[in-house]
Design a protein around this ligand. Structure first.
Ligand code: ZN
Length: 101
């Protein structure tokens, strides 16, 4: 998972990779799969530099942005799926239930 500071370091490379793939497709008429192979994915390189984890799909990096998720579940510890989630999708615990008096 990337905090906002880390995501800010990777996101310019995401936009660069997407722009290069788009340009490659416009210039060559190639399909998306061929363009993905032809273009150097600097976003995944930077992601690996930051995390040590090798990601193969630049679009998946969007799913590693911590701010897209909610706080940890008070029961199982998994991150809630969104910041506004009302319950844990994994165990069903109601979010914030511990806070209720
Ligand atoms: Zn849970």
């Amino acid at each position: 998972m990337l905090d906002e500071q880390e995501f800010a370091r990777v996101s310019p490379y995401l936009f660069q990779t997407i722009r290069e793939i788009k340009n490659y497709r416009e210039l060559t008429g190639a399909g998306l799969a061929d363009a993905n192979k032809a273009v150097t994915d600097r976003a995944c390189e930077e992601f690996e530099n930051l995390t040590g984890y090798k990601e193969s799909n630049y679009l998946a990096i969007y799913h590693h942005r911590l701010s897209n998720y909610g706080p940890p579940c008070s029961n199982c510890g998994n991150l809630l799926r969104t910041p506004r989630a009302r319950f844990c999708a994994l165990c069903g615990t109601v979010a914030g239930a511990d806070d209720a008096v």
